[in-house]
Design a protein around this ligand. Structure first.
Ligand SMILES: [Ca+2]
Length: 233
């Protein structure tokens, strides 16, 4: 009876403490070679709603960098996410949807720390929510209402496309790491997103699934293993 009690105690402790995830990351070196990763495949459907989440880490001072750039022939900023890092913190997240832009001022996310970002967008009223580390940071409306993200474009991590897979700008390059980029074709609830942040959400993205897709790596971008600090902000 005594040993049974001990076993239960250890099991419960393990569940409480555990908050990490082993996966792969892509590193984008901080040099002028324009490193990037291109999805082998594409967004295969029209999106009138989506949820985009990713982990990222910035290793360089004072710059603005593109983490996620999805371009179609008629629109190089179909979906674009840029993180602006100044004064040792992530100072803003810029989110473009069909060339329309919103900018969210963020607070106190330190340089070199992993941050988890989720953006939920809907064509209904152009409503959007931005979550940082599982918590809602800001919400708004009027961002590309009634728009559609078109399929069959080119998705690049680490650089901002101003033409399909071209016209990168080294001052808009992500310098650091990225991991667990997932895209869903529907809005996730706040509770779902908290689970994603805690690495407890069972479903990966149904449009882009980090552990099912393949990336082509260019100009020094490289893959390695990482343990993500799920739920530790
Ligand atoms: Ca662009």
């Amino acid at each position: 009876m005594k040993s049974f009690t001990i076993v239960v105690f250890i099991f419960c402790t393990f569940n409480v403490v555990y908050s990490s995830k082993k996966t792969y990351q892509i590193t984008f070196p901080a040099d002028d070679a324009l490193p990037y990763a291109k999805l082998l495949g594409t967004i295969d459907r029209h999106l009138t709603d989506f949820t985009l989440c990713h982990w990222s880490r910035i290793n360089s001072n004072n710059f603005k960098g593109a983490t996620f750039s999805y371009a179609v022939p008629t629109n190089d900023n179909g979906i674009l996410v840029m993180l602006d890092q100044q004064n040792q913190t992530i100072s803003s997240v810029q989110f473009y949807q069909n060339n329309n832009k919103t900018e969210v001022i963020t607070i106190g996310v330190e340089k070199s720390k992993w941050i988890h970002t989720c953006i939920v967008w809907s064509s209904v009223e152009g409503s959007w929510n931005l979550y940082i580390n599982g918590k809602i940071q800001q919400t708004g409306k009027g961002l590309s209402p009634d728009a559609t993200v078109l399929p069959n474009g080119v998705l690049i991590l680490g650089q901002d496309q101003d033409l399909i897979e071209q016209h990168f700008d080294k001052t808009q390059a992500h310098k650091g790491q990225m991991s667990e980029v997932n895209l869903w074709d529907h809005p996730l609830t706040p509770n779902d997103i908290n689970k994603v942040y805690n690495c407890e959400y069972k479903e990966e993205g149904n449009v882009i699934s980090w552990n099912l897709v393949t990336w082509s790596l260019y100009n020094g971008a490289r893959v390695s293993l990482v343990t993500l600090p799920c739920g530790e902000d």
